[in-house]
Ligand binder design. Sequence first.
Ligand code: URA
Ligand code: SF4
Length: 215
Amino acid sequence: MAGKAPEEGFTAEPFVPERGGLPALRRAAADCRGCPLHRDATQTVFGAGDAHARVMLVGEQPGDQEDRQGKPFVGPAGRLLDRALAEAGIDPGQAYVTNAVKHFKFTRAEPRKRRIHKAPTLREATACGPWLAAELAVVEPELIVVLGATAGKALLGSSFRVTRVRGTVLEEEIYGRRERLVPTVHPSSVLRADDREAAYDGLLSDLKVAARALG
Ligand code: URA
Ligand code: SF4
């Protein structure tokens, strides 16, 4: 489409197979070179969970633990998310969890020092979008829970503001399909918050909106 070409040619598009379910997508994503983030990361962290899940959760990008284990939300943020989901009445085992960006982006203060998470750019999230589009087309969830600003911008555009729309049910056209979405904060932001209890309660109350929307 005119004017919509991904900037500087970063896109996962040529790596996404046209046919096949999640296993085929996962295999192909392992070899994605759609943007420079694959270079320093250990592996692609593709989405995980029930292929027919009613709810899809979309985070930002894998963290350190996810990068090592190759699975989304297995670190501290994931544990907090699982607890909040269960408390809200959404079975984490029946959700599909994924990220807007499928490779871990990080910096190091010094060589061999701990890897520090670095937020992906909108350009990187846009490059990785074809994987998310393919996951949505296969899973066809009834509801998407948008975890934080990176996922929100990737799905809903750069004007997305989590504070403005969190805890509401949105209906938007995403990658050519009509989707229902409930945005909330990223679980990592709860772990970083000064008042963790208040931040957790906020996340929980947004997830309860999602649980009600699922019925
Ligand atoms: N944060 C994310 O956004 N995704 C993960 O998979 C882990 C932490
Ligand atoms: Fe491909 Fe996404 Fe990894 Fe970039 S971040 S190389 S687009 S899978």
